[in-house]
Design a binder for this molecule. Structure first.
Ligand SMILES: Nc1ncnc2c1ncn2[C@@H]1O[C@H](COP(=O)(O)OP(=O)(O)O)[C@@H](O)[C@H]1O
Ligand SMILES: [Mg+2]
Length: 413
């Protein structure tokens, strides 16, 4: 009897469930926890409204039953699944049991108002993506602004036109769906890239190692110059592919937020010296001199491997874009509460227009390498991410034709 009284809208497959009514009814003679348990047990998951999983769930939060009825009946015509709550506290409880695809939210309500509920939803990663549309009689521009600032997707003022409510709900649901699909596709892309890079790396490492063996002193004796040439081409190509795959793996782990950093306190100078020595081998091939001026700096927190990666990329860029016989300068010093590392070259430099683009993924700005080195345009985007994860900064200063200088700084905790 009571049940039918509060289920007045049974239209086709759409049912308006007056959760609030049951909530209050049960609450009056049982504890709050038990009330919610009973509610969820009644409506989930055996509830008829779960039958069609394709349907969008809309949660209407309004302290007035008549508003819930009007909105509910209106949206039930569109075959949505409707849930209801009478204030922010109830809505929060409902959301623990069902995940709505959209929330229509009144502002002025007892216990917890719409603004507060919206703020909480947007601060919780589980609910932050659910679009919220405020439906309120408060029609001041400031109210609307506040709602949108809190992360609401839209704002409709009462009295509302039925057509507008339907249209805006439809639009927000379509955007929500599209967004979900994009997130899913992005995840798939990351997984695919990570898998491909991982599975390709092993055979490539084998090719690289065996070509190195053949080029090494033992294998070398039996090779004629032509064969040596072929094998060195195989070696270069496999090295290039391995570093491309490593970069791709880095980009995907950075994007998925799983880029692990291992900060330790220490002196950065020995690492800079080591990377200079390693890169000097390639510099020597082009008669490029690396000049270092490394001042003593205080210890700082940094991830060794990642900072090595940064140094390698800046040094290898300076070497590969510089003319033969030029000089690359490396500086280390501290100023204020920061440690600075500068890598300066005498290459072609980078135009002002291109400077901001350099740190984007796959950005090559037309600079030619001077010794046939490979270029993918991924290095600096990874460098920037690594520096940012150290709460540092990286910038480039360059006058085209007069070289480029990359400067990064790391904070002294
Ligand atoms: N020292 C430099 N001098 C001139 N151009 C540079 C220098 N460093 C980077 N660039 C430009 O920035 C682009 C991006 O660099 P990076 O992300 O390290 O990729 P990659 O090294 O694979 O080319 C390079 O392709 C080049 O066009
Ligand atoms: Mg590079």
């Amino acid at each position: 009897m009571l049940f039918t009284e509060y289920l007045p809208f049974v239209k086709g497959n759409s049912i308006i469930c007056s959760i609030t009514y049951w909530y209050h009814l049960v609450l009056s003679w049982q504890g709050k926890r038990q009330a919610l348990f009973l509610l969820s047990a009644y409506f989930l998951p055996e509830s008829p409204i779960m039958e069609n999983k394709q349907k969008h769930r809309i949660l209407i939060v309004d302290d007035r039953q008549d508003n819930i009825k009007v909105l509910g009946a209106l949206l039930a015509q569109e075959e949505y699944l409707i849930h209801a709550a009478q204030n922010g506290v109830q809505a929060s409880e409902v959301i623990k049991h069902i995940t709505p695809d959209l929330i229509l939210l009144d502002i002025m309500m007892p216990e917890m108002d719409g603004y507060e509920l919206c703020r909480r939803l947007k601060n919780d990663s589980m609910t932050s993506d659910i679009p919220v549309i405020f439906i309120s009689a408060k029609s001041e521009i400031e109210d609307e602004k506040r709602g949108l600032e809190l992360g609401a997707a839209d704002y409709i003022t009462k009295p509302f036109s039925h057509a507008i409510v339907k249209a805006r709900v439809k639009t927000q649901l379509a955007l929500y769906e599209q967004n979900r699909r994009l997130v899913e596709l992005n995840r798939l892309k990351d997984r695919f890239l990570a898998m491909a890079a991982h599975d390709l790396r092993n055979p490539l490492t084998i090719i690289k190692s065996f070509s190195e063996l053949l080029l090494g002193s033992e294998g070398n004796a039996e090779l004629n110059p032509k064969h040596k040439d072929y094998i060195s081409t195989i070696n270069n190509a496999s090295s290039g592919l391995i570093s491309l795959l490593n970069n791709l793996l880095d980009i995907t782990t950075i994007e998925s937020g799983k880029f692990h950093m291992d900060f330790k306190k220490g002196d950065i100078e020995p690492f800079i010296r080591e990377r200079i020595e390693i890169n000097r081998l390639n510099a020597n091939k082009k008669n490029i001199v690396i000049n270092e001026e490394l001042f003593n700096v205080p210890d700082l927190f940094f991830d060794r491997d990642r900072i090595n990666q940064v140094l390698d990329n800046l040094l290898s860029n300076a070497i590969k874009f510089s003319p033969k016989g030029s000089t690359v300068h490396v500086f280390l010093y501290n100023k204020g509460r920061k440690v600075f590392v500068n890598v300066r070259d005498e290459g072609p430099g980078i135009s002002e227009e291109n400077q901001p683009k350099l740190f984007g993924e796959f950005q090559k700005v037309g600079t030619k390498t001077t010794g046939g080195e490979k270029s993918t345009g991924l290095g600096l985007s990874i460098v920037k991410k690594i520096i940012e994860m150290h709460k540092g900064e990286i910038n480039v200063v360059s006058t085209p034709g007069a070289g480029a200088e990359f400067i990064f700084s790391l904070p002294l905790s």
